[in-house]
Design a protein around this ligand. Sequence first.
Ligand SMILES: Cc1cc2nc3c(=O)[nH]c(=O)nc-3n(C[C@H](O)[C@H](O)[C@H](O)COP(=O)(O)O)c2cc1C
Length: 340
Amino acid sequence: MPNLMNEFTLKNMTIKNRVMMSPMCQFSAIEKDGMPTDWHLHHYTSRAIGGVGIVMVEMTNIEERGRVTDYCLGIWSDEHRDAFKPIVEQAHTYGAKIGIQIAHAGRKAENEPQLVAPSAIAFDDTYKTPKELTIIEIKELVQKFKEAAIRATEAGFDLIELHGAHGYLIHQFLSPYTNKRSDEYGKDRTLFGVEVIKAIKSVIPYDMPLLLRISGMEYVNGGYDIDEAVRFSKIFKEAGVDAFDVSSGGEGPIDPAGKPGTHGGYQVPLARRIKKELQVPVIAVGRLENAVLANAVIGNHEADIVAIGRGLLANPYWTLQAASQLKLDNVVPPQYITAF
Ligand SMILES: Cc1cc2nc3c(=O)[nH]c(=O)nc-3n(C[C@H](O)[C@H](O)[C@H](O)COP(=O)(O)O)c2cc1C
């Protein structure tokens, strides 16, 4: 049975264990510039020292109007690319693989004067109403995703995660709730995602893994379910996705009947279903900070990797402590051995 501390090979990349630091916005970029700061350098490096297999850098946006807030990261220029290089180098120094989650917030950009989305529907009455993207603008965004992937590769990232979940732009195209277009991008709600995936795959090295974070189900009234997520994930796999990171929701105000769970492993059934139906590597996420539970998810083949979010915010050494608690082989930095 595999365990939390076993290696995992994704394409040709060997990851030292099954723990990924889940992407988590820090809202600490230099205002307006989207540049990483010393905060990001220390925040991500400390989790690499703390033993995670993959550090996944938070939602990083392909253009200025794609950020959730003015303090979110960007990767729309070569200056951004160069500013990420020390973060990548430090993660590598401490034995972690490092990825970057590239994204566009679409109608969920909070500080932008002019939001864009597949359709002109506001998230709720506290958000601005977005402008419906024209076909030319959609093509420009595909190009920007492609350029972001080139920069991520040049910065030295080992893998890329595309944000297709939580009600951001790719999810906005996917969802019948937010995509009311009558053109080809509405008739085929996967089209935008497929074009972005293919554009990215055309410019990244053949053996560089491309992950897609999806919402495996929606929580709005009439939202899609896991059956639909299986259907569109098959299309995304065909387009080039190497592994799926399975989250849920975020598309709109939660319907009382559809409230997500908050218990341990609440999204694991979604990950398990994608893994079973698609036979692809899968990452499970959501309240997995109990080490016994996280290890069981791996041991029971429900997922290949677990992403830990808040558990790693609270404790950069979560991985070292989990391995110690589970009595699994682990590489504790020599400086810390006395503590374990
Ligand atoms: C402060 C914070 C910021 C987050 N930012 C992102 C993000 O940038 N991208 C993303 O896909 N999910 C984001 N999430 C969701 C987490 O990656 C994770 O899926 C979620 O917190 C559930 O995992 P957990 O129970 O281990 O925290 C964020 C969560 C938190 C708490």
